[in-house]
Design a protein. Sequence first.
Length: 260
Amino acid sequence: MIGLGVIGENLSLNITSKNLPISVYDKFHEKTRRFYEKVSSNLNITPTYDIEEFVKSLEKPRKILLLVPAGNPVDEVLTELIRHLDKGDIVCDCGNSFYKDTEKRQEALQRRGIIFMGVGVSGGREGAYRGLSIMVGGDKYGYLVMKEFWEEISAKVDGDACAGYVGDRGSGHFVKMVHNGILYTILQSIAEAYDIMRNGMGMDVDEVKTTFEDWLRDKLASYLLELTVEVLQKKDHELEIPLIELVSDVAEQKGTGRWT
């Protein structure tokens, strides 16, 4: 595992909970130290503090997961990493990379005999620990080599793994891109529904919350709507008003939704 942000840490714990060994590395060594201090009793985790040490700690053919920010950080890691890799090693970018960037990286690494996979993952912090939805794209052989691994760490619905091969080249990140676009659309729809009821129809927060709860019992039910109801239930204990009334009406975004 390269990258020990929130998702990287939790996915590492998910992996070790399946009795699988893992080596971890982050360019910020303090992150690695802090993470290992928290889990030092876990004999399946090997901390490393430079790329060469990290690569040497892995069995061949090596299987490496990247969880670093999209764009230049991915290229910076790959530039350093590929000097130490051998033919047949597999590198999986599990971040939110643009699918065309993934395809360029696949072509560059393929010339060296290294398999590069673009893997879309969804589920956030909790999903990384308990099980993700996993969209694998790239070389079919690379997928088959790691098929059992992806299914092991994925979420399960009715006993079926939420992991699968979605196609060659940048397909994994393409599917995740579409997923992100749908996600932002649903979020915007919920926000506009709230605005119409709250500011257009004069409903108070509790009335809006009750309406959303009614929707949860119908075909409009969704995880995002569940989270919305949860947010609207929160109160400021000092002022005894809904917490939503005190939150700045601004939402930041990483820009991935605009790729769709």
